[in-house]
Design a protein around this ligand. Sequence first.
Ligand code: ADP
Length: 191
Amino acid sequence: MKLILLGPPGAGKGTQAVRIEENYGCIQLSTGDMLRAAVAAGSEIGREAKEIMARGELVPDAVVVKIISDRIDEPDCSSGFILDGFPRNVTQAQALDDMLTDKNLKLDAVVEIAVDDGILISRIEKRALETQGGPRDDDNAESLKKRLSVYHEQTAPLIKYYKEKGVLRSVDGMADIDNVSKQIEEVLKQR
Ligand code: ADP
């Protein structure tokens, strides 16, 4: 199973990805987690990404495209993967198309987890309070506003992009966690 989870910050992509991992034996590839690990390790990519991420802006396309391309080549991705947080704009989506063609791989589905902005803000504020080790650098009101506007301007156009390719499946992300998982299972069965 190879799929993309698409949705705004706080939509529950990470939570659902963990469940899909367990059900289908594929691996969650979160560019946000990978970049945070790079920041924590103080690598060159991490140093480049740190401030950009804290502001809620996007890290350069070439950086994330290379991270994902290299990661997909690892043996543990051979049984499938869930892209969480990538692609985040049309340039990245096109790079992903090219990369999958080169690697002779094909996406099974793109699952959109749809959630209204009002709910996202309260969810992320709650997450910031509950995160062990303190909130993320970007879980503050200003970055959050930026992340939502980046989502609407740059990432939301991917809904149309994948709809036109006939691979988009949407679920209601405002339902409770188990219900969202069930909806995802249903759309993945239908593929
Ligand atoms: P969220 O879904 O809560 O916004 P992520 O963990 O997916 O959080 O991403 C956190 C930050 O990491 C983003 O705001 C951005 O700065 C950076 N990032 C993650 N994925 C990408 C990507 N595909 N392209 C560019 N920047 C990214």
